[in-house]
Write a protein that binds this ligand. Structure first.
Ligand code: IVH
Length: 698
């Protein structure tokens, strides 16, 4: 029997076999590149990967005429360490707040009116358009020429995918007409049409490659290819949905600006509609929901945007989403399946989460085999038993959930689940604190699950963002005692030099990935204070809270000193912490609980020796009120109190409710009373509304 071409040595191959082999190798190497560079989850050892590349090169050397256009050896930077260059966004790429029903939309209209000081029955026009299930991209034009394109990344920094975006026909390389602004940054969604997705998956399966789970993953995987030639074959598309920087205004309304973008040659969604009222927006939602299956691309809802741009500007944004837009999501997709078992997952804060193991089922285009059951009470409330038929639900990005058990279909032999009293990972007692619903492992730093989860969180994208340290790698480094605490990550390279079994010789590592990893780690030795705080994984301290802390304490040392002082609940430091808008007693307790733990203090000291934490930098070129305490009093005429407060906070000021010696400015509207008198008495600077607007740049 003749061996299959992939088993033959290079000199044994016929020309036809060589062509087939080169095609196979191109696909396989691209697949491994994606697994390595994008998912940080290499599927083969470095040695096996190198062997594939060597074989490819040897066949090409023997049959130069057969070298493919997508040959891995042509790929610029096919083996580069860094992947894509990082780009800082000119303005953050925000996400959207979600509305899950008409009532949430009504709340949105109410909030907009209140913020703008409009009557509750005042007309607010909104644009409505489908919410495309893809990934967002920012594309910049200079002098009308497409000059830079980036992914969203963490919202502040994305990846430079200019060359890949150039492959998308919907993205003009040059703007049409003459009246375009000299500088223009367009934002929109990169997506893959359903038919292209099905074709791509069929081809991948035929080539023995893993299919993508859904069009969105396929679009993301295709855009983040190091070789633009691969992206070019994927038929990606792009809808512009907005813009950020522009050297000349595009219009007075969202709809006018979008029409302008279309004139410049960008593709905008033809389904977009201007709605004069909330009722019209609701009707639009119903219409799109009916049309959903017919649309050639996946959508997960609609997006409503306040049409007037002056209002959008006044509304501004909260934390990660604009106040002027909302996503009205379609109801979650559901499916029925078998609950095979319940296992406990231990998170980085020690929370024991019961996870249902399911008979795999497709829900809304994604195969689901696990779903969260949240906590012990939830299992009891839903009356779920092992062996039950259950309804599983998926909504957008959220973790799949068990909605209910189908008690009417309950088979014989189902089993009640007994919630464990000890941590299944380290055996420590799992307790439920008063007022809490979750059980927590008390193992703290001895519990491998907690340490591992903390380490993973530490290196995750929004934290230290270290490429090449995925789940598997962190577990390996921890198990082999190379990394036991965050600081060890930064000592890894130095310690390796002393190691008897170098990492580069370990299964699944190899010289290339080890070198890349060391580079990725070295690149993160400088870090912003907000990322640093977030990386610590303190309970309830997500990105928004980390940012607040960074903004208020500006330097790591200040924050640490203040937290040490705040352990005393009657101290000024504790009051200051509580005074931060967005930090309540429960969050404060978690932060102080973290500092009360000596091991955490040691871990912080060790880390501070390894990395440079950069002081907080205010995002906007800040004004005279940055860092100042301001008090508003009386009725403002040109803006609502909420708006004035939001503006002051956006400029880095603290807004207080009463005048004291610590107040820097008192802004007085009409009918100011006792606060004005107090300000005079204390000699605090008093501003009228016009002076305030100048100061706030409005
Ligand atoms: S507007 C300031 N419009 O949804 C944020 N976003 O969940 C502006 N998306 O990150 C977003 N279709 O990637 C907008 N028609 C649309 C959209 C859309 C999809 C995505 C976008 C955003 C995400 C937020």
């Amino acid at each position: 029997m003749t061996p299959a071409p992939e088993k033959k040595t290079v000199p044994e191959l016929t020309e036809a076999e060589a062509a087939a082999e080169l095609a196979r190798l191109a696909g396989e190497i691209a697949f491994h590149d994606a697994a390595y560079y994008q998912d940080a989850a290499p599927a083969v050892s470095d040695a096996a990967y190198d062997a594939l590349r060597l074989r490819n090169a040897a066949i090409e050397a023997r049959f130069p005429a057969l070298v493919r256009s997508d040959s891995p050896s042509h790929r610029i930077g096919a083996a580069p360490a860094a992947g894509f260059r990082k780009v800082a966004h000119s303005t953050p790429m925000l996400s959207l707040e979600n509305a899950f029903g008409a009532a949430d939309v009504a709340d949105f209209f109410g909030r907009v009116r209140r913020f703008l000081g409009l009557a509750q029955d005042a007309a607010v026009e909104v644009t409505a358009e489908p919410k495309i299930d893809g990934l967002s991209a920012a594309i910049s034009y200079e002098g009308g020429k497409f000059s830079l394109g980036a992914t969203r990344g963490d919202g502040t920094t994305g990846e430079d995918v200019t060359e890949n975006l150039r492959q998308i026909d919907d993205i003009p390389k040059a703007l049409k007409g003459k009246n375009f602004p000299d500088k223009l940054e367009v934002r929109g969604e990169v997506y893959m049409a359903r038919t292209d997705f099905l074709e791509l998956n069929a081809a991948r399966e035929a080539a023995g490659e893993a299919p993508f789970a859904n069009p969105r993953n396929a679009a993301a995987g295709s855009l983040r290819q190091l070789d633009p030639a691969i992206t070019a074959t994927r038929n990606l598309r792009f809808f512009a949905y907005g813009w950020s920087q522009t050297s000349a205004p595009l219009g007075k309304t969202q709809s006018a600006a979008m029409a302008q973008l279309e004139k410049f040659g960008l593709t905008v969604n033809a389904e977009a509609l201007l709605c004069k009222s909330m009722k019209a927006a609701e009707a639009y939602y119903e219409k799109i929901q009916e049309k959903r299956a017919e649309l050639p691309y996946d959508i997960d809802g609609i997006v409503l945007k306040v049409n007037r741009l002056d209002w959008q500007e006044r509304l501004g944004s909260v934390s990660r989403a604009p106040r002027w837009a909302i996503a009205r999501k379609f109801p979650a997709e559901q499916a029925e399946t078998l609950l095979k078992d319940i296992r406990i997952q231990v998170g980085r804060t020690g929370a024991l989460t019961p996870v249902a193991e399911l008979e795999p089922i497709t829900v809304g285009g994604v195969v689901v085999s696990r779903a969260t059951l949240h906590n012990k009470d939830e299992i009891a409330r839903k009356g779920v038993r092992i062996g039950d038929r259950v309804i599983v639900q998926r909504a957008g990005d959220v973790i799949p959930q068990i909605v209910r058990a189908l008690k009417e279909k309950r088979p014989k032999g189902t089993k009640e689940y007994v919630f464990p009293e000890t941590c299944p990972v380290c055996g420590s007692l799992a307790i439920r604190e008063e007022g809490e619903v979750v059980h927590r492992c008390t193992g703290g730093l001895i519990c491998p699950a907690q340490i591992l989860e903390r380490l993973r969180h530490f290196v995750s994208r929004d934290a230290f963002d270290i490429d090449g340290l995925g789940k598997k790698q962190v577990a390996f480094l921890w198990e082999t005692k190379r990394i036991q605490s965050p600081a060890d990550i930064f000592r890894l390279e130095a310690n390796e030099q002393l190691s008897k079994t170098p990492l580069a010789e370990c299964e699944g590592w190899g010289a290339l990935s080890t070198k890349n990893l060391f580079q990725a780690i070295a690149a993160r030795k400088r870090i912003s204070l907000e990322r640093f705080i977030y990386a610590l994984g303190i309970r309830q301290v997500g990105q928004a809270t980390a940012r607040l802390l960074a903004q208020h304490y500006t330097r790591l040392e200040n924050w640490r000193e203040a937290m040490a002082a705040a352990e005393d609940h009657v101290s000024a430091a504790y009051q200051k912490l509580l005074n931060i808008d967005g930090i309540g007693p429960s969050v404060a307790d978690d932060i102080l609980g973290f500092f009360a733990e000596p091991q955490n203090k040691d871990a912080l000291d060790a880390l501070a020796d390894e990395v440079t934490v950069q002081p907080f930098e205010a995002p906007e070129a800040m004004s005279e009120i940055t860092g100042k305490t301001v008090v508003f009093t009386g009725n403002l005429e040109t803006m609502t109190r909420a708006e004035a407060k939001a503006r002051a906070e956006a400029l880095g000021a603290k807004v207080a409710g009463s005048v004291s010696a610590k107040t820097d400015f008192v802004i007085v509207g009409a009918t100011a009373g006792s606060k004005l008198a107090k300000a005079r008495e204390l000699g605090v600077t008093i501003l009228d509304e016009a002076a305030w607007r100048t100061l706030a740049g409005r």
